[in-house]
Design a protein. Structure first.
Length: 202
């Protein structure tokens, strides 16, 4: 249910994107290079180090490896739109990182988990790449059939995407464990700040 809320919000936002010109951004060399470096060797090398050190799947190092392999958030386009940012470059990052994460996320899980590896890899691949790709193909088809109507739909229902994200936040917060927050938040914040300052983000 939570994932469906995010997908619907992304579909609404994606409707106003000129997907006909998306290839220019998706095939940009700078974007391809940054995504490849960020989502392939970095998380895989870190996960290999975790496996070599024989750290447990619940250790801080293993959690950091999973955070590193996690692709760009599917809500990034909607948030970018709300803040007045450029949606097309954000779309390229989300799509490419989701595809790259199919490899890196699966590798990280295989190296850090010690049981139920196959189901975890299947779920991660389906959610990281399948969901974003399915939304893209749906909107691409809609724009091919009726580009003006699809774009207007995205413009007029932008507030619905925001409401869907709000509902997601509320529902997710109902299940938040404060103990878990204090355990994982420092790691997540440290990685976010580090990646924001590193060369992979330009």
């Amino acid at each position: 249910m939570l994932l469906m809320l995010l997908v619907l919000a992304s579909v609404i936002t994606m409707c106003r994107i000129e997907l006909e010109n998306a290839r220019t951004f998706v095939t940009d060399r700078g974007t391809l290079r940054s995504v490849a470096l960020r989502y392939l060797p970095l998380p895989i090398a870190f996960a290999a180090l975790v496996a070599w050190s024989d750290a447990g799947s619940t250790s801080t190092a293993a959690i950091a490896a999973v955070f590193l392999a996690t692709p760009s958030s599917v809500v990034a386009m909607t948030v970018s739109r709300c803040l007045g940012g450029l949606i097309m470059p954000t779309f390229a990052q989300v799509l490419l990182s989701s595809l790259a994460a199919t490899v890196s996320f699966s590798t990280v899980l295989a190296l850090t988990l010690h049981e139920d590896v196959a189901p975890a890899i299947a779920i991660s691949a389906a959610t990281s790449a399948g969901v974003v790709t399915a939304a893209y193909l749906l909107v691409k088809r809609l724009r091919e059939r009726s580009p003006i109507r699809t774009a207007k739909y995205g413009e007029r229902n932008g507030y619905v995407a925001v409401l869907l994200l709000t509902a997601f936040i509320v529902l997710a917060c109902l299940k938040l464990d404060l103990h878990g927050f204090t355990t994982y938040a420092p790691t997540a914040i440290g990685i976010a700040v580090g990646l924001r300052l590193d060369i992979f983000n330009g």
